[in-house]
Design a protein around this ligand. Structure first.
Ligand SMILES: Cc1ncc(COP(=O)(O)O)c(C=O)c1O
Length: 396
């Protein structure tokens, strides 16, 4: 076999559906409700802080693990809000987005041959991250309509080979916010099997009335076996800045930092100061953020229901997974192609969040981190689907 070829370790990786959908959205001039980024402005004060840092010549490598000021702000914010002690020097590593933080954690905390439990449907990076670390992902289903997991299925997934479990709450793509009881069950299993919890809490600030974000690190006995991953992207509408972080038990921090240093050296330096400004925003910023997202969520649900989608109100994050069975398309991918090419709305097929979607209903994910006028435009376009879909239902 030729040696100038891609490595075997990436042979099972699919191309990103998100990038492809954004490409198709541009090609067909579609309203882009596919990829998870806002189409509205970031807060002025943090943009000013970034510009000031650039003008003040903060344009060279940042300290590899993040400036002390930023690591301090991250640790203090975590402790203030959740009561979990965190040390800037011993526990915080600033990375190029939570994406890189997850990779650095997996590569530094998991050995080849280990198993990593991942709830399915899942954010697309977790499977490849585990595989790059040489581990085998074990998937446990979140089940509709409320995206609960079966405790027995989860118990069966744990074994001596299990090294870590990934918990993403609030969850992409389902909008599920794990309850304290569910997290306690996971925590008990982590303690029983001596397993690391890797908590992707990037949507921790986008949680709707009736739901509460509980970091698994705050449960008794879990701080010493949890890495909590967070970042600026979602809360402050700056997905392009690439600032994220890992808060790890002290004994794991050295390894995470080493990996981070080899992967990327450091996160972009001008945004360190901007991140400190972001973490210093008053509580009113967050109250407004959730109120704004809650009204976008309600608008999105209203639009979807009027156009024949079956959708539950998510408890957190900024996505809706809508059941599309009634439209009668052969697959969710076929419907998303129709939506982007003929209707002018880009979405993501639910099946792309599964390794094997067998048994799950056909679904489509809508991202509602958009201006109201963007959502209204999607509404106008989806009105054409009702007519088209009737044809599809008739045909089916
Ligand atoms: C669950 C989840 N984790 C991580 C990320 C990526 O975050 P970042 O921009 O910090 O790399 C996303 C982005 O969509 C996400 O949905």
């Amino acid at each position: 076999m030729a040696k100038v070829r891609s490595a075997r370790r990436i042979s099972s990786f699919a191309d990103s559906v998100f990038g492809e959908m954004t490409r198709l959205a541009k090609l067909h001039n579609a309203v882009n409700l596919s990829q998870g980024f806002p189409d509205f402005e970031a807060p002025q004060v943090i943009k000013d802080a970034a510009c000031t840092a650039i003008q003040a010549e903060q344009n060279q490598y940042a300290p590899p693990y993040g400036t002390h000021a930023l690591r301090d702000a991250i640790a203090a914010d975590f402790t203030r809000r959740y009561g979990v002690p965190a040390s800037a020097d011993e526990q915080v590593t600033v990375c190029c987005g939570s994406t890189e933080a997850m990779m650095a954690v997996m590569l530094s905390c998991i050995d080849p041959g280990d198993e990593v439990i991942v709830f399915e449907p899942f954010y697309e990076n977790y499977g490849p991250d585990a595989i790059l670390a040489g581990a085998e992902p074990k998937y446990v289903r979140l089940r509709q309509p409320d995206w609960h997991f079966d405790p027995d299925e989860l118990k069966r997934a744990f074994s001596n080979r299990t090294r870590a479990i990934v918990i993403n709450s609030p969850n992409n793509p389902t909008g599920k916010v794990f309850t304290r009881d569910e997290l306690q069950l996971i925590a008990d299993l982590c303690q029983k099997w001596d397993v690391l919890a890797i908590a992707d809490e990037i949507y921790e600030r986008i949680v709707y009335a009736g739901h509460v974000h509980v970091p698994i690190a705050s449960l008794p006995g879990m701080a010493e076996r949890t890495v909590t991953i967070g970042g600026l992207s979602k809360t402050y509408s700056v997905t392009g800045w690439r600032i994220g972080w890992a808060i790890s038990p002290a004994p794991l921090t050295g390894g995470i930092r080493k990996l981070h240093d080899y992967l990327t050296v450091a996160a972009p330096s001008p945004f360190h100061d901007a991140a400190v400004a972001a973490l210093s925003l008053p509580d009113t910023f967050y109250t407004q953020l959730t109120a704004d997202y809650q009204s976008k969520r309600d608008l999105m649900i209203d639009i979807l229901e009027r156009h024949g989608f079956a959708a539950r109100r998510p408890g957190g994050a900024y996505y809706v997974m809508a059941d599309v069975s009634r439209f009668g398309f052969a697959s969710d991918s076929e419907l998303t192609q129709h939506l982007v090419k003929d209707i002018g709305v880009a979405t993501v097929p639910g099946s792309s969040f599964y390794v094997d979607p067998a048994g799950a209903s056909p679904m489509v994910r809508f991202c509602f981190a958009k201006r109201e006028e963007t959502l209204h435009e999607a509404d106008r376009r989806l009105a054409r689907l009702s007519v088209t879909s009737q044809g599809a239902v008739d045909k089916a």
